[in-house]
Design a protein around this ligand. Structure first.
Ligand SMILES: Cc1cc2nc3c(=O)[nH]c(=O)nc-3n(C[C@H](O)[C@H](O)[C@H](O)COP(=O)(O)OP(=O)(O)OC[C@H]3O[C@@H](n4cnc5c(N)ncnc54)[C@H](O)[C@@H]3O)c2cc1C
Ligand code: SF4
Ligand code: SF4
Length: 360
């Protein structure tokens, strides 16, 4: 790994370390945690850049970066879980309840990714006053994802669906935290974002971040570079606004992208070159640091898997159940076993990738 401190800056400065160890090393997954936390970092078109030097040796940027090399990544995770009063339990992280579920509201159909559990829970958390505002990801200019703050059902539904590209939503969280309000904030984020959000909330020099009151995590195997995805779509002849994208389960082997003109299936070998290289080093499939995690339900289209992880997550799910917002069914043991194996495999692949990197 080459250190390239900006002219006159010590290599030990936090921003210089972030640049050398994460940005220039190609590990950044554009979670956005360092952006809007520090004026020296900017986010544009899916990428983080540090055009100026900072020089501070105790900057927070490297502390909160989920991709910063750590002597023992599992220990960092366990420490954050301990601070949250939750046990580490591999391979899925802390789990109180497991369900398959889908939202019952008929107007969600065609707008949400699968079962609409995430959007339903966010709207409920806002309506019940568990949070005053939620940070989500939606398509911005050029279709590139960006963080957005939502307070109403309409705003939450405007961000429904998955964008398979990194959108830096945590920069919108930092902006919200800088405004001096006191309402609790919610976040919907990928596992790397749930980890970074926990690091923000636990940071001794970021007391404002204690306002983070709810993290809904998404399962994630990989993500794409926003610019790379645009190139792939262009090459495949997909023009206009994307209304839905999905990686259907194997053996499909494609990324499916829908626009007003129809649906295009793009073979995975055209997509793989634009996968963020940093994702290969990510051990977390199911957002272990979230209050409640949501993914697809294996073999059950239109449904979600839910992992309830914390007291706050439990409270939200219990409210949804009491208000008849979700249809919940028991997740079959075989599917739970498959999920555990997938999570363990992702952790093992990441461990091997870190080792390979360390060995040069
Ligand atoms: C990059 C990516 C990879 C994923 N990989 C997997 C996987 O391997 N296995 C699996 O089971 N599920 C995966 N998911 C999760 C899955 O696609 C759904 O998001 C999840 O099941 C919730 O479904 P839903 O119907 O409740 O979502 P909805 O109610 O439609 O809500 C979706 C939420 O996702 C948020 N969102 C959209 N794009 C992004 C983004 N790029 N970054 C952060 N948040 C975003 C939106 O703001 C919205 O709040 C992935 C999602 C993404 C974005
Ligand atoms: S991974 Fe997140 S915190 Fe780390 S450099 Fe990229 S945007 Fe910043
Ligand atoms: S694979 Fe990991 S690092 Fe990559 S986007 Fe998903 S959660 Fe983030």
């Amino acid at each position: 790994m080459t250190l390239s401190p900006a002219a006159g800056q010590p290599a030990s400065a936090s921003l210089e370390r972030l640049k050398a160890q994460v940005l220039e090393a190609g590990l950044c997954v554009a979670c956005g945690a360092c952006v809007s936390l520090c004026p020296y970092l900017i986010f544009h078109d899916g990428q983080v850049a540090a055009p100026d030097a900072c020089g501070l040796e105790t900057g927070r940027c490297i502390d909160v970066c989920p991709q910063a090399p750590a002597p023992d990544p599992d220990q960092k995770r366990s420490g954050l879980l301990q601070a949250l009063g939750r046990p580490q339990a591999l391979p899925l992280g802390p789990v109180r309840e497991v369900w398959w579920a889908r939202a019952l509201s008929p107007d969600l159909q065609g707008r949400v990714q699968y079962g609409g559990v995430v959007s339903t829970l966010v709207v409920l958390a806002l309506q019940e006053g568990l949070i005053g505002e939620a940070v989500l990801t939606r398509a911005g200019q050029n279709g590139a994802p960006e963080g957005v703050r939502a307070r109403t059902r309409q705003e939450v539904l405007a961000a429904a669906g998955s964008i398979y590209a990194a959108g830096g939503a945590l920069s919108a969280l930092n902006q919200a935290l800088s405004e001096g309000a006191d309402h609790a904030l919610g976040l919907v984020g990928l596992p790397c974002q749930a980890l970074a959000a926990s690091s923000l909330a636990a940071h001794p020099r970021y007391p404002q971040a204690r306002r983070l009151g709810l993290v809904i995590g998404l399962f994630c195997t990989l993500n794409l570079s926003a610019r790379g995805l645009r190139g792939v779509l262009h090459k495949a002849g997909v023009g206009g606004a994307v209304t839905r994208s999905d990686f259907p389960p194997p053996p499909a082997g494609v990324l499916e992208v829908s626009t007003a003109q129809g649906t295009t299936s793009i073979p995975l070998d055209q997509v793989r070159p634009v996968v963020l290289p940093g994702c290969a080093l990510c051990p977390d499939l199911s957002a272990e640091l979230a209050d409640i995690s949501v993914g697809a339900a294996e073999g059950r289209p239109g449904w979600n898997t839910i992992l309830v992880r914390s007291v706050q997550g439990q409270r939200l799910l219990d409210l949804a159940r009491a208000q008849g917002l979700l249809e919940l069914i028991e997740m079959p043991g075989e599917s739970r076993e498959h999920l555990s194996i997938a999570a363990a495999n992702k952790r093992a692949r990441a461990k091997a990738a870190w080792k390979e990197r360390a060995n040069g």
